[in-house]
Ligand binder design. Structure first.
Ligand SMILES: Cc1ncc(COP(=O)(O)O)c(C=O)c1O
Length: 397
């Protein structure tokens, strides 16, 4: 039986205090419990958070939506992507990235990832582009950033939209620009496990005035209550709004965010240095264009036998959760287009069948290599975190 030799690392998530109680009280007493209503936009925290989060990511417009899945769906709808279109998606991601494509009735084309970042492989994209391709979704997975320079060039060459799925990369920056601001639309999740969270929530950002207006209408039943009249954007839509309760939590949590981001980044760099010195352990490749490092999971690659056993032992010795990457989408038990009749359009099933895609790099990461530790652990002191490389050395023997 492995035994823990030191103290377990102390961590907790979410972190909250009087600030959250105060903003929630303000919402309660204001009676304005949702920012958007048929009568017009009211409420204070949603616009305040939208401005602050957009500014932090150096982008002109930001819009809160119900969750990260919906953010992706609305991004696709805003870009008028639908029946007959293909969208290139990494095969290694949370199922929502591809499910959003299915939900607008387009075809998710799954491509493999890079071995040392686990982000979408630009060479694989080039091979997957067809005349039906309209967009690609880059996911900045765990602690890595997708190669935005190459992806932007590919999109320009093939006239595609780039959507950034930033559910794992709040606060990261690429050559000084916030993630989510480089693609046509950037999408975020504020679900409870994320590094900025309000239980459930999502965000779309864009520099385009027209797309901002269209996204606004799409999230709010096709209405544009703040600008009634001839400029109304009328689109078929539903209710994808956030409440002021969630926005209040986001405003308070965002006060804490810059210091948390900084601490996680510093500790990740220290872990990279310490773990990188151990034989058979490979920290994820950091792109030189990454000028700020927002972390969701801290990840590294393990080169040895029995990765599952290694993860279990590391968790046992340090007292923190240690997981693998997601199961690749061509075999994921959560990505099952066939189980929804709405996708059974003639000819469509063969196109969306996930098992037709080959994802050897993603599969190797899932089965043999990946080690992922949640971001909240990185908020512990370095004194405590040192027990991670120490435990890895002991386990490696
Ligand atoms: C990469 C990625 N994209 C999208 C989402 C969807 O976000 P949400 O859970 O807020 O719908 C998630 C959530 O885990 C995610 O990890």
């Amino acid at each position: 039986m492995p035994t823990r030799t030191g103290q377990a690392i102390a961590y907790r998530w979410p972190i909250f205090g009087d600030e959250e109680l105060e903003t929630l009280r303000v919402v309660l007493e204001s009676g304005e419990w949702s920012h958007a209503s048929p009568a017009g936009y009211v409420g204070r925290y949603e616009p305040e958070f939208e401005r602050a989060f957009a500014d932090f990511h150096t982008v002109k417009h930001g819009l809160c939506v119900a969750n990260g899945t919906v953010a992706l769906q609305l991004a696709l709808e805003a870009l008028d992507i639908g029946a007959g279109d293909e969208v290139i998606v990494p095969g290694l991601t949370w199922q929502a990235t591809a499910a959003a494509v299915l939900d607008v009735n387009a075809v998710p084309v799954l491509v493999d990832v890079e071995p040392d970042t686990w982000c979408i492989d630009p060479d694989a994209i080039e091979a997957a582009v067809t005349p039906a391709t309209r967009a690609l979704i880059a996911v900045h997975l765990y602690s890595s950033l997708a190669d935005l320079d190459r992806l932007t060039a590919i999109c320009e060459r093939h006239d595609l939209h780039l959507i950034e799925d930033c559910a794992h990369s709040h606060g990261s920056a690429w050559k000084g620009r916030g993630v989510g601001s480089i693609g046509t639309i950037g999408c975020f999740s504020f679900q409870s496990s994320k590094s900025l969270n309000c239980g459930e929530g999502g965000f779309c950002m864009t520099s385009s005035d027209a797309l901002r207006d269209r996204l606004d209408s799409l999230r709010n039943c096709g209405r544009r209550p703040e600008r009634p009249g001839p400029s109304w954007t009328r689109v078929q839509s539903g209710n994808y709004r956030l409440t002021e309760w969630q926005a209040a939590i986001l405003v308070s949590q965002f006060e804490r965010f810059p210091a948390q981001l900084e601490l996680r980044a510093v500790n990740a760099e220290r872990l990279d240095a310490a773990l990188g010195a151990i034989d058979g352990i490979h920290p994820m490749r950091r792109r030189e264009q990454m000028t700020r490092h927002g972390l969701y999971g801290y990840a590294f690659r393990y080169d040895g036998a029995d990765a599952a056993g290694f993860r279990a032992r590391l968790g046992e010795e340090t007292g923190v959760p240690v997981g693998s990457v997601y199961e690749p989408l061509n075999r994921s038990p959560l990505y099952l287009p066939r189980t929804k009749r709405r996708y059974e359009v003639p000819g469509q099933w063969e196109r969306i069948d996930p098992t037709r895609f080959d994802l050897p790099v993603a599969t190797r990461a899932y089965e043999c290599e990946s080690v992922v530790i949640p971001h909240e652990v990185l908020l512990a002191s370095w004194d405590e975190l040192q027990s991670i490389p120490e435990a890895v050395e002991r386990i490696r023997g």
